[in-house]
Design a protein around this ligand. Structure first.
Ligand SMILES: Cc1cc2nc3c(=O)[nH]c(=O)nc-3n(C[C@H](O)[C@H](O)[C@H](O)COP(=O)(O)OP(=O)(O)OC[C@H]3O[C@@H](n4cnc5c(N)ncnc54)[C@H](O)[C@@H]3O)c2cc1C
Ligand code: SF4
Length: 511
């Protein structure tokens, strides 16, 4: 018989390892390996989502007539190792070949490459067809470019797949409507409600299990409102298209206290698990433009995230691993402050983003980038701790997507390979894009002293500290010109306020 191994983020009926299975003879192996949930101590909600989705996927495979060997996490006979499980199967059956879709993690991929020797049978590692672009295609596009820019990659894909293009020209005349994605949201804007997803017995059992087994992990388990099957994930996608897509473009960068979901799609969890495919999401959303049901800035904005950013960061991951996880271009060495775990802070923007992250295992892009990420960057927290934090706290986090976003996009730890300049900003950006500052202990208008918003002086302190490394960056020229005109007294105050703040941060005092 042939054996197909399905990893926990490969829950797709179309996955390459399920192709050409003989339902009479072949077997599928799926294991809930405890170390998958404890090597990185993931958020409770993420563990529940993954295990429940795995168990539902097994049920669907069986309904379709596949033979599935499934090891539950609390099964006493579970060895929690694919190699050992395959060895056990080999005692009963002759395995001709083990088929597996290439793991999304570099470390696991290397382990799988060694299986054949350990097991004494051929291992067929198939391409990961959950993505639009293959690794070889990306490598070819990257060539020997010194810096990679998402925008050019994205344009080529638009043309190749004929998405929002007309005779190789972008519909509407522009490739990118980013500048029309920055409207400010008002308190009284009516926001669509999230539909409740009913728990079946599988999910109820999983929630009980996670509550008992992973109680020390970060995050709230309840309320649990994730889709755990493909049909439920499709419902979420359709709900987004019906109720949120129209405003997605305008309010993509907006943040509102107490409103974590806004007009975002909340589908990254399902895309990354294999429950949805990127092209189906793109095509459904594209149709809305041609049906005149959604404006171009929303449709293009959404497509750019999936076709552009998602494929781009995944390409960079495979191009730059191993080694990308160790980069620290700006020599950031500060330890992760404890308030990122216990939320004991007076900074209202951070407080809200951490609170929502803990409750939902979700924060939208601008919260991750311009509040949390911006703070990590300008206060010099080391990349290892920051990567670990993002990997733990978000239900959509897998190293292939989390690492380039963290080390490349927010920390500039790769020296500008992924991003043309660091996303550093002062309090006035956060005030413009959110209402967090209204309820804050600090004053976003004040630039110095105890009441001043820490983002204000930390921003300039970051630029001063990294002047030698960053002032040759052409996109930073204007800001360094402004800095060069700043008087010495002001610079001294910035350094003084920053030093005091950062000392308190390192001592884990409440800031
Ligand atoms: C520091 C940082 C860490 C991040 N970590 C992750 C992560 O671990 N997993 C993850 O899936 N996304 C990550 N992102 C990207 C992005 O923030 C999330 O994909 C998005 O917030 C998910 O919410 P949504 O589905 O509502 O997205 P929407 O705003 O509705 O966007 C639609 C889809 O576009 C894709 N997308 C958008 N931006 C990116 C991006 N920068 N990289 C990859 N895909 C993108 C996602 O699949 C998302 O579902 C990170 C971004 C930053 C700045
Ligand atoms: S004043 Fe500063 S710390 Fe407070 S919410 Fe605004 S940006 Fe955040």
């Amino acid at each position: 018989m042939n054996l197909s191994v399905i990893l926990y983020d490969q829950l797709s009926m179309g996955i390459s390892s399920l192709k050409n299975i003989n339902k009479k003879e072949d077997y599928i192996l799926i294991c809930e390996n405890e170390n998958d949930f404890t090597d990185v101590k993931h958020h409770k909600k993420k563990i529940a989502l993954i295990i429940s989705a795995m168990r539902h996927f097994k049920q669907q495979l069986e309904r379709r007539g596949f033979n599935v060997i499934y090891k539950k996490i609390d099964d006493k006979k579970n060895t929690h190792s694919y190699v050992n499980e395959i060895k056990l199967i080999k005692k009963k059956y002759v395995i001709n070949i083990v088929n597996i879709t290439k793991p999304s993690s570099y470390t696991l991929y290397n382990e799988v490459k060694a299986w054949s020797k350990v097991l004494g049978c051929p291992i067929n590692i198939l391409p990961d067809n959950r993505f639009i672009v293959t690794e070889d295609e990306f490598r070819l596009w990257a060539g020997d470019k010194k810096e990679l820019r998402m925008e050019f990659f994205y344009r080529e894909l638009r043309k190749k797949f004929k998405i929002l293009v007309d005779n190789d020209k972008p519909v509407g005349g522009k490739w990118n409507y980013d500048s029309e994605n920055r409207k400010v949201i008002k308190n009284d804007t009516s926001l669509p409600k999230i539909k409740e997803i009913k728990h079946d017995q599988i999910t109820k059992d999983v929630l009980k299990l996670v509550n008992e087994k992973f109680s020390s992990h970060f995050g709230d388990l309840h309320p649990f409102n994730f889709a755990v099957t493909r049909n439920q994930a499709l419902d979420i996608l359709r709900g987004f298209i019906k109720e949120r897509l129209y405003n997605f473009g305008d309010f993509q960068d907006a943040m509102l206290e107490g409103e974590p979901l806004l007009f975002h799609s909340h589908i990254s969890f399902y895309l990354n698990l294999g429950l949805l495919t990127p092209l189906e999401c793109i095509r459904l959303v594209e149709d809305e433009y041609y049906n005149n049901s959604a404006p171009l800035n929303s449709v293009e904005g959404f497509i750019r995230q999936i076709l552009g950013w998602r494929e781009f960061v995944r390409g960079i991951y495979w191009l730059k691993m191993p080694g990308y996880e160790k980069l620290n271009f700006l020599n950031a060495t500060r330890k992760m402050p404890s308030f990122f775990w216990n939320n004991n802070t007076n900074m209202n923007c951070l407080y809200n983003c951490i609170k929502e992250t803990k409750e939902n295992a979700y924060a939208h892009h601008i919260q991750r980038l311009m509040v949390l990420g911006n703070f990590f960057l300008i206060s010099g927290i080391n990349p290892k701790d920051v990567n670990e934090w993002y990997h733990i706290v978000y239900a959509d986090a897998y190293q292939w997507v989390e690492l380039p976003n963290v080390s490349g996009m927010i920390l500039f730890a790769d020296g500008g390979y992924l991003s043309s300049k660091p996303y550093a900003a002062s309090g006035s950006y956060i005030n413009k894009m959110s209402n967090y500052c209204k309820n804050c202990h600090y004053d976003y208008r004040k630039k110095e002293g105890e009441e001043a918003c820490p983002f204000n002086y930390l921003y300039w302190n970051f630029l001063i500290k990294n002047k030698k490394t960053l002032d040759s960056n052409h996109r930073m020229r204007m800001i360094y010109l402004t800095l060069s005109k700043m008087d010495n007294k002001k610079i001294k105050t910035i350094k003084h306020d920053s030093k005091l703040f950062l000392e308190r941060l390192s001592k884990n005092e409440k800031i």
